[in-house]
Design a protein around this ligand. Structure first.
Ligand SMILES: Cc1cc2nc3c(=O)[nH]c(=O)nc-3n(C[C@H](O)[C@H](O)[C@H](O)COP(=O)(O)O)c2cc1C
Ligand SMILES: [Mn+2]
Length: 477
């Protein structure tokens, strides 16, 4: 299914029509916009927010947050039916993602982002509102959900992913790569090794298909622009940046063009910046510096802001990485997986399956544990448990898992330097692994026949009741 929007403005309009948008005037850049975003993202309905009339800035310079933090808006961004249940929507995305065929962008002759420009000496990026999102942040971040474009000098491959961008004065920003394997870091290193700065463009206020693509793990050489085209079901329209020639989404809101200077020869202290764990991961650290040499923007531009927030709040209301793990399980030939989900912002993974043989659940658990970035807990549940419902999952854990028999611990597994539980001394020398607990909360395979029968409705039966009687019972998600 193709998406129903072409740019961020269309998306905001769709969100407004669904009654999901709240317009907020007069909120301050320093802490207030971030705080309101955090409270709204943690509320039951998780509305999207459009901030306007930001004190100190012209009316019309807006910031849009909580873009896709609800399951229905994440579905809308992915071109799926926004009224599917969250688990059905994730399943639809898993299927779409498995079969996805890249669609290359289409170059067009004009671009909305060219409506206004500042070039050379005239560049002043402080004319755009950039929030201090969390109380302890080291400065204003204009890029929290913005995408960064670079081109491989050898192959021409254009990478376009999300890396955070801190403002340092009128024409300098830093771009933060979590590690050297980030494609933006690998590409810029190629220029730096030749003693050259790396041409770079930062796109703010991109459309949601590119926001999702910028988060997806794609292989080296694959372009997020093509992946966004595939999500959209039609090519993304791009126009060459006047300074760098990079293919810039024509309907982007704000574009910075310039050079990422050779690092570490040139650097600025970056951060700290609140992470998706709900903690700071490091103090100020040196980061590569972009000199901004040209700025383009639409009239009354809108920034897409997506600060990392304390769990369970997350950029995407559908756990996109869980769809990846679900696909991994299928690719490995593990049959009868009926659902996958992540809770606590990716930190806990749940797999639901119909057990067919002894060891089936553990087989799924080991694959899920291997592919759970940073998470410490993997739970396996039977097919009568909705993995997207934490309450259901804990019901299974407390009534089907015997800790002395059903818990396994895997040591030295995949985590990251963002993991708050890894001691600083270990992180400093690159020891960033953690352990994973696999909780088999399925009915023990040998007792499948004799286990006490569940008296509760199955998720399917409950859904039927909601369909027939739900109008009398009020909203349920
Ligand atoms: C809102 C948001 C902010 C992110 N910020 C960063 C960041 O500052 N640095 C980073 O290395 N990755 C960040 N990521 C994760 C990367 O975008 C993601 O892992 C992506 O797949 C990396 O792309 P690449 O493989 O092309 O390097 C962020 C993701 C999101 C959704
Ligand atoms: Mn990439």
């Amino acid at each position: 299914m193709a998406v129903e929007y072409d740019d961020l403005r269309d998306f905001i309009e769709l969100v407004e029509k669904r009654g999901d948008l709240r317009k907020i005037e007069g909120a301050a850049l320093e802490h207030e916009i971030g705080a309101i975003t955090e409270v709204a993202a943690g509320s039951e309905h998780r509305p999207a927010l459009l901030f306007d009339k930001i004190p100190g800035y012209p009316a019309g310079h807006r910031i849009f947050t909580n873009t896709t933090v609800s399951a229905s808006r994440a579905a809308l961004a992915l071109g799926l039916d926004a009224d599917l249940s969250p688990l059905q929507a994730l399943q639809a995305w898993k299927s779409k993602r498995t079969e996805i065929k890249p669609i290359a962008p289409e170059t067009v002759g004009s671009a909305a982002f060219l409506e206004n420009a500042m070039v050379g000496e005239a560049v002043d990026i402080t004319t755009f509102p950039a929030p201090i999102w969390h109380h302890g942040d080291g400065g204003p971040y204009i890029g929290s959900g913005s995408v960064v474009l670079t081109r491989d000098p050898d192959t021409g491959w254009v990478n376009c992913s999300i890396y955070r961008v801190q403002v340092h004065g009128h024409n300098r920003v830093t771009v933060q790569f979590d590690h050297n394997g980030r494609h933006g870091a690998m590409i810029s290193r190629k220029y730096w090794d030749r003693g050259e700065p790396c041409p770079i463009a930062i796109v703010h206020g991109e459309d949601p298909s590119l926001f999702v693509a910028g988060f997806e793990y794609l292989p080296e050489g694959a372009s997020e622009l093509d992946f966004a085209g595939a999500i959209r079901g039609r090519p993304l329209q791009v126009h060459p940046g006047p300074l760098t020639g990079l293919p810039i989404p024509a309907k982007a809101e704000i574009v910075f063009e310039g050079y990422l200077q050779p690092f570490p020869a040139v650097s600025l202290p970056e951060g700290p910046f609140g992470e998706f764990t709900g903690y700071y991961a490091a103090d100020k650290r040196p980061a590569p510096v972009m000199t901004v040499e040209a700025v383009h923007h639409r009239n009354d531009p809108i920034l897409l802001g997506s600060p990392p927030l304390k769990p369970p709040r997350f950029h995407f209301g559908l756990p996109l990485r869980a769809a990846g793990i679900w696909g991994n399980l299928e690719a490995a030939g593990v049959a009868d997986i009926v659902g996958a989900w992540q809770h606590v912002s990716q930190l806990m993974t749940v797999i639901a399956l119909k057990q067919r043989y002894a060891g089936h659940a553990k087989r799924a658990g080991l694959i899920a544990a291997a592919n759970s970035y940073m998470g410490r807990i993997v739970v396996l549940v039977d097919d009568d448990v909705d993995p997207s419902s934490l309450a259901d999952v804990m019901w299974a854990v407390t009534t089907r898992a015997e800790p002395s028999e059903d818990v396994d611990i895997i040591r030295n597994a995949w985590s990251s330097s963002l993991d708050p539980r890894i001691p600083a001394a270990a992180r400093d020398i690159g020891l960033t692994s953690n352990s994973k607990m696999i909780i088999d909360a399925c009915i023990p395979f040998q007792h499948l026949e004799s286990y006490p029968r569940a008296s509760a409705l199955t998720p399917g039966q409950a859904e039927e009741v909601r369909r027939k009687w739900g109008h009398l019972l009020g909203p349920n998600r």
